[in-house]
Design a protein around this ligand. Structure first.
Ligand code: 2BA
Ligand code: 2BA
Lengths: 127, 127
């Protein structure tokens, strides 16, 4: 698991131009949206932001300032809990590049990425 | 494997504004770069294109028209061949979201995605 302190994230009320800059600077395609930095609300990606500003011909970057992350983010985010099995993480990661891990009280603990799951599987298969 | 006919791609000589539009319209984070639609030359992503136009403060979209895909693409693309094992595909997919499959004569055949590998592993583990 990538611990919360090493996870790039934005807040639901942040403007989209700020979110796109964070995404570009981090180098990631998608990152979690965390309320007050500790409650998972969704995920935001370069794909979702660029989709929202694609005009007829131009990419209208100036539209970004007036819109918020909450309007564009994907709120369908399954949570993983510390006691969940590897099988559950594997199943959920088939259709998502990363999974958000939560504590019992709902606090964000970190991310499990597809690369971490694939690495575990690879190590397991070699035995 | 996703057969070549269903794979979104661009050519090395295409302008970056065209490549970004293809990426946005396809909804994918990254797609292969194919010479004449049949030889793998690299991969291009929203991340690589946005990185190349991030000015001091602004995202300078008008710079895209004057640059080509070949200048920005990632040319480090391992190829998979039809006779390669699942283990090899698993190993290569740990650090790449998709793999390009080639025929003996180097012709592009299609893509193997992480979700396809994870799905196979999941089905295998359930037995
Ligand atoms: N700075 C870097 N160093 C080394 N390898 C890098 C890298 N950036 C990307 N990669 C490689 O490319 C894959 C796809 O990255 P992507 O940003 O599309 O997709 C990423 C990104 O959207 C998200 N992610 C990963 N680490 C993150 C973090 N610290 N904070 C926020 N989001 C993160 O999880 C997705 C899946 O990550 P995963 O590791 O499975 O898969 C990563 C990893 O194998
Ligand atoms: N239209 C769609 N329908 C259903 N699910 C979708 C989807 N677009 C994205 N996803 C889901 O999101 C994952 C990440 O997509 P992404 O575009 O970052 O990353 C994609 C994309 O960069 C590339 N890719 C997938 N299919 C492609 C195609 N037909 N042509 C070109 N590139 C493709 O391979 C990467 C890994 O794909 P993977 O399937 O493992 O993982 C996909 C898939 O699980």
């Amino acid at each position: 698991m990538i611990p919360a302190v090493n996870v790039a994230y934005v807040e639901p009320h942040h403007a989209l131009d700020h979110a796109l800059l964070i995404l570009i600077k981090s180098g990631y395609s998608a990152i979690p949206v965390l309320e007050r930095g500790e409650r998972v609300r969704g995920t935001i990606s370069k794909t979702l932001i660029l989709d929202s500003i694609l005009g007829l011909e131009q990419i209208e970057v100036d539209k970004l300032r007036d819109r918020q992350v909450a309007e564009v983010m994907n709120a369908d985010v399954p949570r993983l809990h510390a006691q969940d099995t590897m099988m559950k993480a594997l199943e959920l990661s088939i259709s998502r590049p990363f999974l958000c891990v939560e504590a019992e009280d709902g606090t964000f603990l970190g991310l499990v990425t597809r690369s971490a799951i694939l690495e575990r599987v690879h190590a397991y298969c070699r035995w």
